[in-house]
Design a protein around this ligand. Structure first.
Ligand SMILES: Cc1cc2nc3c(=O)[nH]c(=O)nc-3n(C[C@H](O)[C@H](O)[C@H](O)COP(=O)(O)O)c2cc1C
Length: 186
């Protein structure tokens, strides 16, 4: 599958076959996704895979703010990924030794860690797509509740929930804006 097809053909999948994706396949997908670029190559993204039905039920109950679409998608889901990131690193350059002297920069108050997580998220979804696994990124989530349910490390923040699995639907192409609407040359 070439890169252009992959980018154009990936769709959000919300109906899945009744099948757990095995750990070897997910390891392979993460081994591809880890090539995503990141601030300073700090690689702050973390992936937590959930297959236990009781835990998925808890995520459905407390993790998606009762958002009816996400509750519906999770109802028959067998696989959920939580994408989190290690806080307080991206945006920062500490003691870079240069010929001109030392360079320090603290941009941690900006949103580079979320930016890194976004790149990691799409890279994960494209890698999954290339391996025949469908995904939907879920942004209507309760990050604190999810952290608690999964006992995630204190140093991490939840960025997104990604439901995934073998597709049981072929979603129609979603519309995109015309290139002339989103592109300008100055
Ligand atoms: C940051 C982000 C948050 C999203 N949140 C949700 C969500 O909570 N529930 C959902 O069903 N889809 C969610 N989506 C999926 C979008 O609705 C979907 O990507 C968009 O409609 C385009 O469709 P496509 O992915 O099939 O191209 C989200 C996508 C992104 C990138």
């Amino acid at each position: 599958m070439d890169a252009i097809n992959m980018i154009e053909e990936r769709r959000s999948v919300r109906k899945f076959k009744n099948e757990v994706v095995d750990q070897e396949t997910m390891k392979e997908i993460i081994s591809i996704a880890r090539w995503a670029p990141s601030w300073g190559n700090y690689q702050i993204a973390r992936y937590t895979m959930v297959n236990d039905p009781n835990t998925i039920a808890k995520l459905k109950h407390d993790g998606v703010n009762d958002f009816v679409y996400n509750v519906g998608t999770l109802t028959n889901a067998k696989n959920v990924a939580i994408l989190s990131f290690v806080k307080g690193k991206s945006g920062k350059i500490e003691k870079l030794e240069l010929e001109e002297g030392e360079f320090n920069y603290d941009g941690t108050s900006s949103s580079w860690e979320v930016f890194d997580a976004g790149i990691a998220c799409q890279t994960f979804c494209l890698a999954a797509h290339a391996k025949g696994i469908g995904t939907t990124i879920m942004g209507v989530i309760n990050d604190k509740a999810i952290s608690e349910i999964l006992s995630l490390p204190e140093e991490e923040t939840v960025a997104a929930m990604i439901v995934y699995g073998y597709p049981d639907e072929t979603p129609k192409a979603t519309p995109r804006k015309d290139v002339n609407e989103i592109l300008r040359f100055v």
